[in-house]
Design a protein around this ligand. Structure first.
Ligand code: ADP
Ligand code: ZN
Ligand code: ZN
Length: 814
């Protein structure tokens, strides 16, 4: 009989592969287990079983597997189906989804790395010549690949030599996939059972000559009596010394044992009492539940500071009580700290966190807890990738700040939108989805107003605090009347001064980081450009550098113009760094901190700034859009938006929508506690519709206007747009290739195809870029169109002169 398994390999390949297994392996293996399989010439990969069958492959001879890595499935069928949906909808390979879904510790692939076995003794005289050469090479470098050995020995058949060294235990292969995950173990001690009886114990105490040792034994008993919990070595050494405890262990009086502890531990002792919702919140809560009777998805449109988190919490309670799993998706992992403390305060140890800044081990732990449907991961908080966890029993998915663009993965594939993929996942679990936002995306609000989603609105802030008062400062007029100091209007300075006088804090928003965007030669007008990208370099004063925000290229600030040698160079435009500096001159005694990509690189740097601000050590926070993301402060009375205009004029169909969202969200950080907040928006366009809509808190007005534009310009929600991006170092070849592709698409699709267009930044890292858009109307077949596009892309790949052009497909790229 033939026995085969069908697996996904973690490579960007569209197909699954068939491997041969023995009958007993066949009986043991289940869908969702990982199997190490040979692939290609000499590589081993962690593959995932998705099927067991008896049909041999027709195009190749099935190889045997290397080994079975799991005893039980670590992935379930709902997940596998969901991954295939992602691959199909977002036009990527199933291998891409698999690789993106699993924490890398569960996904070791081998390049057959050889290293020396450090704990074995080597007698060099015993080694044959070939063996010695490899051994010697390993004295100079810690590891070698098979190919290196081929080079060193200058012959093809090196495996027998490697085999010999292996059998002599001199080297080891990392190819033998090792579980990298090591649970964290806590060391505990207990009294050896010989001394448990009272008279034995008394005899023991008498026999101990060292007072210190006697003392430790007595303290052990005291701890045991007050607190019936296991006693850790750490606890007991704190009361004496490590040497004394060690002595007792060596004598066999104490014995050590280990208990695995979950790495990610929060303060789990403070469970809050009953949560009481305000009347408005309660109404929204009841309404959400009602919409769930006949809708799968509901939008909670609640103004900033309306207390959406409390409503989510109340809703989570319901699902927890029913024994269901809950997934809580956040746009930004930096926000988790605030939320985790709020949720653990309520749900204690049922809350787990999953995100990319956690170590591999921590992520594997959450993975396993979810897989076992364990209570420790009944509520999972995470950024978009948490969607891939092995849920088997989901009841509810919350997508907080659903409008945020970070929910969409841009690179690498799978380029999925976590909100949309969450809705599909929930469907498979027959779970509900709650989307929350003060500024919903146009698409979501469209779905909600058309009845596809439920819609619940919450229009008052918690505690009936008024919405912030927004005041516009006309920059043109202010410069003209000399009512400006640097980039600060006198009005803004006045308001900041008043906030300080009241002991309140201030947030200033500037959409650009760095000191000022560009350095311009006043003689010839030259602006230094990135040598690898088509963008101007940004001036960073603190480091006295010019930097490229696209590829990271940097150079020292030049003293004279590279073109005309003039020394008359001036900075134009302004960023967060310059605001910070001007502010320091205006208010030298105040503590000013900047929050942008440059200051938040470290693991906890974001949290540090937030904590400092919450604890009121920081008076003013100057930052980029990071400030707009759902942070909750209680002493901010003033928000200043330094320049509203550069957001508005982005070459993007969403620019107006996003400007509205960003300004409304930043404004929402003002006046959270009991006092009404103030917002100053500095702009050259005070009459611009978006600025007016922000000022009047007019989401509906913005929505209607944008929806109209979307309709006449063929954008979502009326059309879905697929963007093809082509890249190549050779400008002419790229131009030709993209024209070819455009024409073939145009001829084969009866829908709008646009391009090939040179994007705003036409070259990044020395690669030229062209884009093509395919716009699919609501009534056209999505599947059919994608199939045609895929077919055309396959044939594009076969045209020899275009093969080297990289094409990426981004479905719903927005
Ligand atoms: P949103 O996410 O809608 O902007 P939050 O959920 O952050 O608003 O709530 C704003 C503030 O009001 C928070 O400080 C929160 O603790 C507080 N708050 C909201 N609802 C309640 C409630 N029912 N009881 C006590 N405090 C609440
Ligand atoms: Zn010049
Ligand atoms: Zn660059």
């Amino acid at each position: 009989m033939n026995y085969f398994i069908e697996v996904i390999v973690p490579l960007s390949l569209p197909k699954t592969f068939t491997y041969r297994v023995s009958e007993s392996e066949f009986d043991f293996i289940k869908k969702g287990m990982r199997i190490a399989v040979p692939f290609g010439k000499s590589k081993i990969y962690t593959a995932l079983v998705i099927d067991l069958h008896q049909t041999p492959p027709t195009l190749y001879e099935a190889r045997e597997i290397d080994q079975i890595l799991d005893e039980k499935p670590i992935v379930n069928e709902l997940q596998i189906n969901h991954w295939f949906w992602i691959a199909s909808y977002y036009m990527c390979n199933i291998g891409d989804v698999y690789r993106g879904a699993l924490p890398s510790a569960l996904l070791l692939e081998s390049e057959t790395i050889i290293s020396q076995n450090k704990d074995s003794f080597v007698d060099e005289n015993e080694l044959a010549n070939d063996e010695f050469l490899i051994y010697e090479a390993l004295q100079h470098q810690s590891s070698l690949k098979v190919q290196d050995i081929v080079d060193i020995l200058n012959k093809k058949t090196v495996l027998p030599v490697i085999q010999k060294l292996l059998s002599k235990n001199i080297i080891s292969l990392q190819e033998e996939i090792q579980e990298e995950y090591k649970p964290k173990l806590i060391r505990y001690i207990r009294l050896h059972e010989n001394y448990l009886a009272e008279e034995k114990l008394i005899a023991l105490l008498d026999s101990l000559r060292s007072d210190k040792q006697k003392n430790v034994v007595l303290q052990y008993f005291q701890l045991q009596a007050t607190d019936k919990k296991p006693i850790s070595v750490k606890q007991i050494t704190e009361l004496s010394s490590a040497a004394v405890v060690k002595g007792l262990i060596e004598k066999g009086i104490f014995e050590e044992y280990f208990i695995q502890e979950d790495r990610v531990n929060f303060d789990k002792n403070k469970i809050e009492n009953e949560l009481s919702l305000s009347d408005a919140q309660n109404e929204a809560f009841v309404e959400i539940k009602k919409t769930f009777e006949d809708k799968e998805v509901t939008l909670l449109h609640g103004v900033t500071s309306s207390g959406k988190t409390e409503i989510y919490t109340k809703l989570i309670e319901d699902y927890i009580a029913k024994g269901k799993q809950v997934l809580y998706l956040l746009p930004e992992i930096a926000l988790t700290t605030q939320l985790v403390s709020r949720l653990t305060a309520h749900f204690g140890n049922k809350v787990a966190v999953f995100h990319s800044k956690y170590s591999n081990n921590e992520r594997v732990e959450v993975w396993n807890n979810v897989n076992q449907n364990s209570e420790a991961a009944q509520i999972v908080i995470g950024a978009r990738s948490a969607l891939f966890l092995p849920f088997s029993n989901l009841g509810l998915i919350i997508v907080d700040e659903e409008h945020e663009q970070t929910f969409k993965q841009q690179d690498p594939a799978p380029r999925y939108h976590a909100r949309d993929a969450a809705i599909v996942l929930a469907n498979a679990h027959q779970a509900k989805v709650l989307l929350g936002s003060a500024t919903p995306s146009i698409e979501t609000y469209y779905n909600a107003s058309s009845g596809k989603f439920g819609l619940v609105s919450l229009t008052e802030r918690f505690g009936k605090v008024q919405m912030p008062e927004i005041e516009l400062v006309d920059l043109k007029d202010s410069y003209f009347r000399k009512k400006m100091k640097g980039h600060f209007s006198l009005k803004l300075i006045e308001e900041i001064t008043e906030a300080f006088a009241n002991g309140e804090q201030v947030i200033l928003f500037q959409n650009r980081r760095g000191f000022s965007p560009v350095l311009e030669c006043m003689t010839c007008g030259h602006v230094p450009q990135c040598p690898q990208c088509d963008v101007s370099l940004t001036y960073h004063k603190y480091k006295n550098q010019l930097r490229c925000h696209y590829c990271g290229y940097s150079m020292a600030k030049p003293t004279n113009c590279h073109v005309c040698s003039s020394v008359d160079l001036e900075t134009k435009g302004f960023g967060t760094e310059q605001i910070e500096m001007e502010l320091a001159e205006l208010f030298p005694k105040k503590n000013i901190k900047r929050m942008d990509q440059d200051t938040t690189r470290g693991k906890y740097s974001f949290e540090k700034i937030i904590d400092g601000f919450k604890n009121r050590e920081i008076d003013v926070l100057v930052g980029t859009q990071m400030l707009a993301k759902g942070l909750d402060f209680d002493n901010v009375s003033l928000v200043g938006i330094m320049n509203a205009d550069n957001m508005l004029y982005h070459p993007d169909f969403r620019a107006f929508e996003r400007s509205f969202q960003m300004m409304t969200q930043v404004a929402g950080r003002s006046g959270r506690a009991e006092k009404r907040g103030k917002v100053i928006i500095q702009t050259y366009n005070p009459l611009h519709n978006i600025i007016q809509q922000v000022t009047n808190n007019d989401y509906e007005g913005m929505y209607k206007e944008q929806l109209y534009e979307r309709k006449i310009y063929y954008y979502p929600p009326f059309y879905r747009v697929i963007r093809l991006t082509l890249k190549h170092r050779d400008f002419e070849k790229l131009k030709e290739g993209s024209m070819w592709l455009y024409q073939v698409l145009q001829q084969n699709l009866a829908i709008p195809v646009l391009g090939p267009e040179e994007p705003a930044i036409g070259r990044i890292r020395n690669e030229y870029i062209r884009t093509i858009m395919v716009k699919i109307p609501g009534d056209a077949s999505l599947q059919g169109t994608k199939k045609t596009i895929q077919k055309i892309l396959n044939s594009f790949d076969l045209v020899s002169q275009y093969r080297a052009i990289k094409v990426t497909v981004n479905v719903d790229f927005y």
